[in-house]
Design a protein around this ligand. Structure first.
Ligand SMILES: [Zn+2]
Ligand SMILES: [Zn+2]
Length: 371
């Protein structure tokens, strides 16, 4: 795999741009395998026009990945790349079937704040995932308190914030997984740790069992501050099995930034369950991320190579999928009004300000698809 790491002077900072050759990107997308080339040719002209942007050197839609520091994902976690053919040929990859097609989301602990209810926030996440994984249904299970999972917990010695044990939560989710589930993912606003010796983990998944657990705690801008309210309350003692420390646990305000971050994390992590590895081709939601600044830098969407992988797993119409995402940003899928929604209560307006740039990008993709 030839990769050119070129130093480029952009604005004031020096960063490395990972620029693959046109041929390398074309092969990653289409492959050199006759069967896969034929499969590619079956796509509509508009779909191929959009996907081919992957290797158009002057594309305004898809940019090369830039590495800003040694602590970014790519320099700190060297991994093999995954092109379309490697994804397609992977015998262990799981794909939804007619009998197992539902993505279940299990909220653990409290969500939402006074302005936005947990119900609204979780519903926005659900409808976003349904647009992103177009054609699949996402079901939110009844939120459960931490005590129901019987998981271990602790106070982190660096942040002094409460944490819950990720592996215990995976064991719990395994028992909860419905028969018709393609996968089940647990979501929580409480920080996670995978084992005693580890500081923390953003999430953990078992790909073969179609399970994952993810925390959005570190996406709160207050997380690292001494005033973070997710600390053990003064006067409270930590006793194994006494889950009352989580009663009235702090949940961050559901801002547009938190919504964008959580939509990106959830779709990224679900992408792994579909067999997509970290993307090293172009800027993409499937890029690995080592810290918050890097997660914020990655776009909410898939590059053409990852889009072809997902398209192959789900078989959607690419334009219809973009229209569904646009509809979501424009207030559909439970914004202020949604005739299709069965909620009886009034909804908070969906916090979509941070999705505006993304909206413009989707419109450009749709233009290209429908020329
Ligand atoms: Zn990842
Ligand atoms: Zn990608």
């Amino acid at each position: 795999m030839e990769v050119t790491l070129r130093r480029e002077q952009e604005t004031k900072e020096e960063m490395q741009v990972i620029r693959h050759s046109e041929q390398a990107l074309k092969t990653a997308l289409i492959s050199k395998n006759g069967q896969l080339i034929k499969l590619y040719e079956k796509l509509s002209q508009g779909e191929r026009r959009l996907l081919n942007e992957a290797f158009r050197p002057d594309s305004v839609l898809f940019q090369p990945i830039s590495v800003h520091s040694e602590s970014d994902w790519i320099p700190s976690h060297p991994e093999p790349t995954q092109d379309f053919e490697q994804f397609y040929q992977n015998p262990y990859r799981s794909t939804p079937s007619a009998k197992r097609s539902i993505i279940y989301v299990q909220p653990i602990g409290s969500f939402g704040d006074s302005r936005v209810t947990a119900e609204d926030y979780l519903h926005w996440l659900k409808s976003y995932c349904e647009a992103f994984y177009y054609g699949l249904a996402v079901k939110i299970l009844q939120p459960i308190p931490v005590s129901s999972t019987s998981c271990a917990f602790r106070v982190n010695e660096h942040t002094h914030n409460l944490q819950i044990h990720a592996e215990d939560l995976l064991k719990f989710l395994k028992q909860m997984k419905p028969k018709d589930a393609f996968c089940i993912v647990g979501l929580t606003m409480i920080d996670l740790y995978p084992k005693e010796s580890w500081n923390f983990v953003f999430g953990q998944a078992s790909l073969t069992e179609g399970m994952g657990i993810f925390s959005f705690a570190r996406y709160d801008s207050d997380f690292y501050s001494r005033n973070y309210k997710g600390r053990l309350k003064p006067g409270k003692k930590l006793t194994a099995g006494d889950y009352s420390v989580f009663d009235g646990y702090y949940t961050p305000p559901v801002t547009s930034t938190l919504l964008l971050r959580s939509c990106k994390t959830l779709t990224h992590e679900l992408g792994h369950i579909f067999g997509l590895r970290h993307c090293q081709w172009l800027q993409c939601v499937m890029q690995g991320s080592n810290h918050l600044e890097e997660s914020d830098r990655r776009p909410p969407e898939l590059c053409p190579i990852c889009l072809r992988k997902l398209h192959c797993a789900l078989g959607f119409n690419i334009a219809e999928r973009y229209k569904a995402l646009l509809h979501w940003i424009d207030g559909g899928g439970c914004g202020v009004e949604d005739p299709g929604c069965s909620h009886k209560t009034r909804h908070s307006p969906k916090a979509v300000e941070d999705f505006k740039e993304h909206r413009g990008w989707i419109l450009k993709c749709l233009d290209l698809l429908q020329q």
